[in-house]
Unconditional design. Structure first.
Length: 128
């Protein structure tokens, strides 16, 4: 399993990577980037099985990354968990109605694990 973590907070990104390594996910590669533009580069270059993306990232925001993903068939169906500290019902509804999952910061590592396992086990359909 190849996972991309797009998180502008370097400390939080490292924590997520550490937790992912401890999970029984049969990981092949973990990619961590801090900007939306770098996230798009990784998506273009590597086969990604799951992406975790913070909405509030720099250069290209998380919503813009998701919009660009829609237009490229090679990675338009990458399962995605959107991470945000925003308490915005419209954002939550938009994300979840499109088949993506949403994780509000701060979150527990148990909750992150549950959401990742839903994707890994095929319990979540995704549509961008």
């Amino acid at each position: 399993m190849n996972i991309l973590v797009v998180e502008n907070n370097r400390t939080k990104g490292k924590e997520i990577i550490q937790v992912l390594r401890k999970m029984d996910l049969n990981l092949e590669n973990l990619y961590q980037v801090h900007t939306g533009s770098k996230g798009l580069e990784i998506l273009k270059t590597y086969l990604i099985d799951l992406m975790l993306i913070d909405i509030d990232i720099s250069i290209i925001g998380g919503l813009e990354v998701l919009g660009k993903m829609r237009t490229v068939s090679d990675y338009s169906e990458v399962p995605t968990i959107v991470i945000s500290s925003r308490r915005d019902k419209k954002l939550f509804n938009a994300v979840t109605s499109s088949g993506l999952d949403y994780l509000h910061k701060p979150f527990s590592w148990r909750m992150l694990r549950q959401k990742i396992l839903k994707f890994k086990n095929g319990d979540v359909a995704y549509v961008l």
